[in-house]
Design a protein around this ligand. Structure first.
Ligand code: CO
Length: 143
């Protein structure tokens, strides 16, 4: 790990996440064109979406299909109807500590301000893209 005393110490890019209008079509795209393995569809009712992971050797691509046009990902898809890169996700050993340290460093956290459990049960939070050079960054606890 680089500087382990940084507010959000990380040396792992866990996934890149892409919003897609049709999850099965997106999974087929990666299977058919790149020969990738794509995991089973995971329903994420808490976020009104369904997702699947393209499993590359060094990283995952998270495919997200929103089920609600009014959700954050639904609104993103309305602005980008054919889909697009939505966020990147770095992993850190202590997500609660990183959330506190990020706030102290002046980085805004979306939502309630702390971590919340992801569909996988690990804690995560999102940093405001305006504090991150226009990129939505998810921080999740190391697997
Ligand atoms: Co993600």
């Amino acid at each position: 790990m680089g500087n382990a005393t940084a507010p959000i110490p990380s040396d792992v890019l866990d996934h890149v996440s892409i919003a897609v209008p049709d999850l099965e079509a997106a999974a087929d795209f990666y299977r058919d064109n790149f020969g990738c393995t794509v995991g089973d569809v995971i329903e994420v009712p808490a976020d009104n979406m369904r997702i699947a992971y393209v499993e590359l050797a060094n990283i995952k691509i998270e495919l997200m299909q929103p089920l609600d046009a009014g959700s954050a990902v639904g609104k993103f898809l309305a602005r980008n109807p054919s889909g697009g890169i939505h966020h990147i996700c770095v992993a850190t050993p202590d997500a609660d500590g990183a959330a506190v340290a990020a706030g102290a460093a002046g980085l805004r956290i979306l939502g309630e301000g702390g971590t919340r459990p992801g569909h996988h049960g690990r804690k995560l939070f999102f940093l405001h893209p305006k504090d991150c050079m226009g990129t939505l960054i998810e921080v999740e606890e190391t697997d």
